[in-house]
Design a binder for this molecule. Structure first.
Ligand SMILES: *[C@@H]1O[C@H](CO)[C@@H](O)[C@H](O)[C@H]1NC(C)=O
Ligand SMILES: *[C@@H]1O[C@H](CO)[C@@H](O)[C@H](O)[C@H]1NC(C)=O
Ligand SMILES: *[C@@H]1O[C@H](CO)[C@@H](O)[C@H](O)[C@H]1NC(C)=O
Ligand SMILES: *[C@@H]1O[C@H](CO)[C@@H](O)[C@H](O)[C@H]1NC(C)=O
Ligand SMILES: *[C@@H]1O[C@H](CO)[C@@H](O)[C@H](O)[C@H]1NC(C)=O
Ligand SMILES: *[C@@H]1O[C@H](CO)[C@@H](O)[C@H](O)[C@H]1NC(C)=O
Ligand SMILES: *[C@@H]1O[C@H](CO)[C@@H](O)[C@H](O)[C@H]1NC(C)=O
Ligand SMILES: *[C@@H]1O[C@H](CO)[C@@H](O)[C@H](O)[C@H]1NC(C)=O
Length: 421
């Protein structure tokens, strides 16, 4: 019984098939110079025969509800097609299929489109109500930023939607391409780019276009995400080892939007934290070991603040030159004492009987003792002088063989001095 009723209904509906036209989509946006498809089906009682079919577009000054037929976009009598649409349309031309394609659309094609068919009967003329609304997107694409915030300020954690479109509409059937700082965002292919919880990493310039054509992308827009200071760290200038006495600058580096307005410097000394500065830079005019402490800085903007990691300074104490000179003098003095001891031990055997002879070698040796002894109580400069005087003294006397032991001493001195040098 149930099935019979359905069958009856089907038969009935076929018999009284009503006049109808259905359009899809009802509204569409396409890019200029592209093609647009109007999908359309129509119906009529079987005992009528459609004689003419047409697509028309009311003119701007006419009613847009289909009651006034403007220009013929398509006509089964092709001669009546308006000049603007000649050669630009393709009609399905099948039974009950009224789909239409328009090529190379331009902005002037924007407007309402209606399909109408007329049968051999005077009563059998029908226009599909509603029509299709066509918008033509004129390049370039622009990015618009939408947030739920009234003041438009975007903070970390906010939900943000970037929409790609032209001034009049967005061709949503296309595949889109999104760029952040000119780099493609591969996963974004929709006309909208949603960021549910925006972070400081999302700060940047965005642009969009169509997937295939790089020429469609337009101007960039800055996604101005406000965030508290990040990556706060200290740079030490000059870099490298810190020598005692040198000047030193610590710089508090950070990434913040808006810019940091307050900096603070802290020194940690024996677990006590003390506030030592308010500027971005903290300078030490002359580094010394008392600066060997731990430091950190705080950067603050309207959004918040962050502390840097703690750095420890290590000032190297440079060994002072005076200290070196003194050390050398002491060394030479000790050497002199040692040599003096050696010589004193030898003199009794070799030259005790010779003082009257006044050989040059003996004189030289005595001079050396004298000078070395002096050097012990005088400045190192003199010692140096003695060394040179001694080295430049050639044993040029013709009577060399006479005093072997003296000469031995000289050799010892020479070798020692050259070792020192
Ligand atoms: C349409 O195409 C025909 C030939 O296919 C050509 O003769 C005619 O000039 C074209 N008309 C327009 C308006 O382009
Ligand atoms: C109507 O014709 C168009 C173009 O020939 C075709 O693409 C479409 O599939 C047809 N629609 C139906 C319902 O047959
Ligand atoms: C498309 O239309 C424009 C004018 O709107 C015209 O300049 C252009 O030559 C046309 N392109 C094609 C491929 O017909
Ligand atoms: C965004 O673009 C502006 C203007 O072209 C430029 O000054 C700025 O540096 C850009 N910002 C980034 C993060 O690339
Ligand atoms: C876009 O690219 C896809 C695949 O790369 C291709 O199939 C499609 O035809 C292209 N469309 C245009 C308009 O170039
Ligand atoms: C930040 O610095 C300004 C002046 O530089 C000062 O007036 C303000 O009190 C400072 N704010 C804080 C929280 O330190
Ligand atoms: C540093 O802290 C110690 C205890 O930890 C305290 O005795 C000392 O007085 C503090 N020094 C300064 C300068 O506050
Ligand atoms: C940053 O340093 C200040 C000063 O020592 C301190 O009061 C604050 O708690 C620190 N903040 C963080 C997040 O560690």
């Amino acid at each position: 019984m149930f099935y019979i009723s359905i069958l009856l209904q089907l038969l009935l509906s076929a018999a009284v098939a009503s006049w109808s036209i259905s359009y899809y989509p009802r509204s569409i946006c396409v890019l200029e110079r592209s093609s647009v498809d109007f999908s359309c089906t129509f119906d009529y009682p079987y005992y009528y025969t459609p004689k003419t079919t047409k697509w028309f577009k009311p003119e701007v000054h006419q009613k847009q509800d289909g009651s006034q037929m403007g220009i013929s976009v398509y006509q089964s009598n092709t001669a009546e097609i308006h000049q603007l649409y000649k050669n630009r349309t393709a009609y399905a031309n099948q039974d009950r299929n009224c789909s239409l394609q328009i090529h190379n659309v331009s902005k002037s094609d924007s407007g309402m489109y209606f399909f109408r068919f007329e049968t051999n009967s005077n009563y059998g003329k029908y226009t599909g109500s509603g029509g299709i609304h066509l918008s033509v997107a004129v390049l370039p694409f622009r990015v618009t930023v939408k947030t739920q915030k009234a003041n438009g300020h975007i903070h970390e954690g906010d939900s943000v939607t970037l929409a790609c479109g032209t001034e009049n509409c967005t061709p949503t059937q296309e595949q889109f391409a999104w760029f952040k700082n000119q780099h493609l965002i591969p996963e974004a292919t929709d006309s909208v780019l949603r960021i549910s919880s925006v972070s400081h990493d999302d700060f940047g310039n965005y642009s969009c276009g169509l997937k295939n054509s790089s020429s469609t992308s337009g101007d960039e827009i800055l996604l101005d995400v406000k965030y508290s200071p990040k990556n706060v760290e200290i740079a030490v200038l000059p870099s490298g080892r810190i020598q005692e006495g040198n000047s030193l600058t610590l710089i508090c580096m950070s990434n913040a939007n808006p810019a940091v307005i307050n900096y603070s410097w802290f020194m940690i000394k024996e677990a006590n934290v003390s506030h030592i500065g308010f500027d971005r830079e903290f300078s030490i005019k002359s580094a010394s070991q008392k600066d060997d402490e731990q430091y950190f800085c705080t950067a603050k903007n309207d959004m918040g603040s962050q502390n840097s990691t703690v750095i420890a300074l290590n000032v190297e104490v440079t060994i002072h030159q005076n200290f070196l000179l003194t050390a050398t003098a002491v060394f030479l003095f000790l050497m002199a004492v040692v040599m003096f001891g050696l010589i004193i031990r030898r003199i009794p055997f070799t030259s005790k009987k010779q003082p009257t002879e006044q050989t040059p070698a003996a004189t030289v040796t005595e001079e050396i003792y004298e000078n070395l002894r002096k050097s012990a109580e005088s400045e190192e400069n003199h010692t140096t002088y003695v060394i040179y005087a001694d080295l430049s003294l050639p044993p040029s006397t013709s009577d060399r063989p006479r005093c072997n032991s003296q000469e031995d001493n000289t050799v010892i001195i020479y070798s020692l001095l050259s070792y020192k040098d």
